[in-house]
Design a protein around this ligand. Sequence first.
Ligand code: SAM
Length: 265
Amino acid sequence: MDDEDRYADAARGWATGAARVYGPLATQLVAAAPHALADRWVLDVGAGTGLASSALRAAGARPVAVDRSPAMLAWDAAARPPGVAGALEALPLRDGAVDDAVAAFVLNHVDDPTAALAELARVVRPGGAVLATVAAATSGHRAVRDRIDVVVADAGFSPPGWYAHLTTVQSPQLGEVSAMTAAARAAGLDVLDVTEHAADVGVERAEDLVDYRLGQAHVASWLAGLGADEQAALRRAAVDAVTPVMEPYRPPVVTLVARTPGKAA
Ligand SMILES: C[S@@+](CC[C@H](N)C(=O)[O-])C[C@H]1O[C@@H](n2cnc3c(N)ncnc32)[C@H](O)[C@@H]1O
């Protein structure tokens, strides 16, 4: 694991833009739980700005957030459940500390996702749920979304080094049903369901797609270096590029629903 905080400048953009896509995805992941989560302590790892924590709270659960980025955890911290900075690779929790765990779009950030799943299995008590999502391998290029990336590149953006490692090495590892299933089994989990589907996230306007894309972490530091007028012009140009071809955005997602072995809690 490198020590770079990829999300150091990303909290505002994530919470106000990327959340248009990741909020519905978090709600859908929590809804996939194999048992009711009410009153259960549920780890939200890679919690970011707290989208899955909110969905867990809405389901009556007691979320505990862990994220390696203090900046993401700091977003709206007073209104959020307890959170602690820590890495998925070595969670700051004892064995069996939580009833269940949710990992929304964080397993794609590690070099060894099987070890990360085993770490989740370690901290979830026997019979607890482990729920995870990653972007499907097929999600790399999306014709409509790619138009935004062209506008951004034309404005002088070039991706940070970690983004190439994420997209070419880390993220593809679990991006297929067979790979996610094999990794979860190798981590000692009982696999209940693994699916790949194009998720309906309700994003149908070009403005929402642009705000989602410009809210993602890889552009955050670069965007922060632009003035307010430049940012507004960039957003307008991206909306203009997308509007003629806009269609409902349905990101392909791989979802894992699993349990730790042992008697159901
Ligand atoms: C794609 S964002 C997802 C945030 C949130 N789960 C959501 O769905 O909106 C990935 C989050 O995982 C965190 N993260 C990345 N690598 C991590 C690691 N190795 N351990 C813990 N958190 C990590 C990032 O700081 C970021 O907040």
